[in-house]
Design a protein around this ligand. Structure first.
Ligand SMILES: NC(=O)c1ccc[n+]([C@@H]2O[C@H](COP(=O)([O-])OP(=O)(O)OC[C@H]3O[C@@H](n4cnc5c(N)ncnc54)[C@H](O)[C@@H]3O)[C@@H](O)[C@H]2O)c1
Length: 301
């Protein structure tokens, strides 16, 4: 909690409340122990749902910093102009000076199509962006949560992956800007924690789906739905029996907030423990739409 906000519940806060009866504009100062929360990447898919949930609590002020690479102002339209909400066009590879109590650090493209589009920028976002947010957390004494990924396990040799598993990751592949970038980001989080006493939380997110996913992000859920919407057959990569788990975005957001508010630094895997085959997923999408066809190149091609 930032000291300026603790003051709202102190003698100064009580005085402000009394004054607020006379001067209505001061009433804002009456709220007890407000929490000012920064969400980087808050204009994106998961970030915008997180903002919706955080804004439900009237004691929260939410600030979003986003460069709109994959996110959109549209995702936050209902909050623009709200007195407890602020939206900043900002690239996290640049420092940000701001007074906050908590930082949810999500900024990073999550889909391979987008993170491979400019891999140097992706690794800068993961490394320099996380350094900047940790520098901010250190300066203002904020707690910081990083959204890492199941991709830190790489091409895992252990199933399912416990957090203690160190992974099997290619450092020089086309996905390394994301996988290795997130691994370095996790390293930075723990080094700042050990060296500077920063309060950290790390979530390793598994596949998440829900409203506001980018329809063209190339991931299987959005691919199937986009194909169904266009009336095309659904392309299931062979053999179709390969499995994934999919977590609904509101469950993911609950998990992130509980991690932030709890005592455990993580890393914590967050996802749905239930696995689905790609054929089952296609069937589920098909129930709502029409054609489904097992076709397409083999998996990993
Ligand atoms: N969606 C998933 O299934 C999934 C899985 C694992 C991890 N994650 C992680 O969760 C986080 C959010 O993922 P998402 O699915 O919402 O992705 P998304 O692409 O929808 O959102 C990312 C947001 O970050 C912003 N951004 C990107 N680079 C930035 C930069 N340099 N400066 C400021 N803003 C920047 C984008 O504009 C976008 O609004 C990411 O950190 C991602 O790695 C997501």
């Amino acid at each position: 909690m930032h000291p300026a906000h603790v003051a709202a519940g102190s003698g100064i806060g009580v005085m402000a409340c009394v004054l607020g009866l006379v001067f209505p504009n001061l009433r804002l100062a009456c709220r007890e122990s407000n929490m000012r929360i920064l969400v980087t990447g808050g204009a994106g898919f998961i970030g915008s749902h997180l903002v919706d949930k955080l804004m439900e609590n009237e004691k929260n002020e939410v600030i979003v910093a986003d460069n709109y690479f994959t996110g959109s102002k549209d995702n936050l339209r209902k909050w623009i102009g709200h007195p407890r909400f602020e939206l900043i066009r900002h690239d996290v590879t640049e420092p940000l000076l701001i007074e906050v109590d908590q930082i949810y650090h999500l900024a990073c493209p999550a889909s391979p199509i987008f993170y491979k589009y400019n891999p140097v920028k992706t690794i800068k976002t993961n490394v320099i962006g996380t350094l900047n947010m940790l520098g901010l957390a250190k300066r203002v004494g904020a707690r910081i949560l990083l959204t890492s990924t199941s991709e830190v396990y790489g091409d895992p040799l252990v199933h399912p992956q416990p957090e203690s598993y160190w992974g099997n990751v290619n450092p020089i592949g086309v996905r390394s800007c994301y996988d290795e970038g997130k691994r370095v980001a996790e390293t930075l989080m723990f080094d700042y924690h050990r060296q500077h006493g920063i309060e950290i939380r790390i979530a390793r997110i598994f596949n998440t789906y829900g409203p506001r996913m980018n329809i063209d992000d190339g991931r299987v859920v959005s691919n199937f739905i986009a194909q169904a919407l266009r009336g095309e057959p659904l392309t299931v990569q062979k053999p179709g029996t390969q499995t994934r788990s999919f977590c609904y975005v509101s469950d993911m957001v609950d998990g992130l907030i509980r991690l932030m508010e709890g005592e455990n630094t993580g890393p914590i895997n967050i996802g749905n423990p239930g696995e689905f085959t790609m054929l089952e997923l296609a069937e589920t999408v098909k129930e709502g739409y029409t054609a489904c066809e097992v076709d397409g190149p083999p998996i990993n091609s």
